[in-house]
Design a protein around this ligand. Structure first.
Ligand SMILES: Nc1ncnc2c1ncn2[C@@H]1O[C@H](COP(=O)(O)OP(=O)(O)O)[C@@H](O)[C@H]1O
Ligand SMILES: [Mg+2]
Length: 401
């Protein structure tokens, strides 16, 4: 039928992607949200922009979701499927394959979700990443531990937010953990711990070509913050520095190797302290969490959720054009606060672009056209946050993905 609005089905294992929903609506789509039941009525949803909500007890049971959405498809056309949360990506791919809807399929989704698949693909394509071994064959694991000096990291293949990552210093310790894990162990990968600075490249890709990429650096490795507590800080890096240019090239190579055709991505690299080289850490076919989309928006005026919506709605037939945007700089300082609602009235530089309003958190997004001024402000705030707000408790899973 001509001019029938597109129907976009968003999968929501978590309350996320409000801007994407709103943009789809503004583009004239019908928007359905299939959410986890416990998110029913959540105030975070842009209710006015959602045509209909559907609920299931969980979105992680693939067969159940396929049956439910196929049932819905009997009476409703579905043109696009968009995963709002990292954990919805595989189900979205499975649904697209089942209903023959265009977009990322299961083979590609696997590269973006499974850390072992990421490592093996890099090995095939000659992209530098930490030495690793699948937690499958014991002879292979023994060989790895004899050849690669510790520390190592034992990490779940498909988790996020540094959840469940364990640093291991000795082979005995490793075997002990593997034994404790039982059948869970094959869902992990073991790799070399590469000490270094961690960067992330947040990008938009169209027809295999990265058309937008911003390079940022975490002030301290996320694992350190999650395990020991402290101030989370990340900021955009100078666009024409040798580092940024190298990372943009690596990011393009990586996304090509992983067959990303179109969409947004968040990809992390470690700059090794030992040899100064960049090692691919991980990638995700989604908008970066921990307010990274907001940071990029304050630097450029582009919101990655909004752009993702436009890309999805355009599909393969219509061209997507990256809007003109600014090239300023921005960063975030965020920590768990000892106060329930920390008093941030003492922070009032004009560069403060956004104040994070969240119970037991202190957070500021800072923006400036001048990268040196931005760094000076962030460092100053980080120091002041330590004195004013920071709680000593570790932040297990508190910094969102
Ligand atoms: N091989 C590694 N070498 C050094 N640090 C690592 C390594 N793997 C993980 N880390 C640390 O753990 C954090 C989380 O690991 P990552 O693979 O990015 O998983 P997640 O999906 O949980 O973010 C990283 O940001 C980094 O600080
Ligand atoms: Mg990570």
């Amino acid at each position: 039928m001509p001019n029938q609005p597109l129907t976009v089905l968003c999968l929501a294992g978590d309350v996320k992607g409000q801007r994407l929903i709103t943009e789809c609506k503004q583009e004239g789509c019908r928007v359905f949200v299939l959410a986890r039941e416990s998110l029913k009525g959540d105030e975070g949803w842009p209710h006015a922009d959602v045509d209909e909500f559907f609920y299931m007890p969980t979105l992680t049971k693939k067969d159940d979701v396929i049956n439910a959405v196929s049932y819905l498809n009997r009476t409703e056309r579905i043109d696009r499927i968009v995963p709002l949360d990292e954990f919805d990506l595989e189900i979205a791919a499975a649904l697209r394959e089942h209903l023959r809807i265009p977009g990322m399929g299961e083979t590609t989704a696997r590269y973006f979700r499974d850390k072992l698949a990421m490592r093996m693909r890099c090995e095939e394509k000659g992209i530098l990443s930490p030495g690793f071994v699948p937690v499958l064959n014991y002879d292979a694991i023994r060989q790895f531990t004899e050849q690669v000096p510790p520390p190592w990291v034992l990490k779940p293949r498909s988790q996020g937010g540094a959840a469940g990552i364990r640093k291991i210093h000795h082979a005995d310790e490793l075997w002990h953990h593997l034994e404790m894990m039982g059948d869970e162990q094959s869902h992990c990968v073991l790799e070399q711990f590469v000490p270094g600075d961690i960067f992330h490249v947040d990008a938009i890709t169209i027809e295999g070509k990265v058309v937008f990429a911003e390079v940022s650096r975490y002030a301290r490795p996320p694992l350190e913050i999650i395990q020991n507590g402290g101030i989370f800080m990340t900021s955009l890096q100078k666009r024409n520095s040798i580092e940024s240019l190298a990372l943009k090239e690596l990011n393009q190579n990586l996304l090509s190797a992983f067959n990303l055709k179109r969409g947004v991505s968040h990809t992390e690299f470690i700059k090794s302290h030992a040899d100064g080289k960049f090692y691919f850490l991980e990638t995700a076919a989604r908008v970066g969490g921990a307010y990274i989309a907001d940071v990029i928006e304050h630097a450029t005026g582009l919101n990655l959720w909004t752009e993702w919506a436009k890309i999805e709605v355009a599909g393969e037939q219509k061209p997507y054009k990256l809007p003109n945007h600014r090239e300023d700089y921005a960063g975030i300082v965020l920590c768990l606060a000892k106060q329930e609602w920390p008093d941030m009235s003492g922070y009032n530089d004009p560069e403060i672009a956004y104040r994070i309003h969240k119970k037991n958190h202190a957070g500021l997004i800072v923006a400036s056209p001048d990268p040196a001024r931005l760094q000076a402000l962030l460092e100053n705030y980080s120091w002041r946050f330590s004195n004013d707000f920071l709680t000593a408790a570790p932040q297990y899973n508190k910094i969102e993905r």
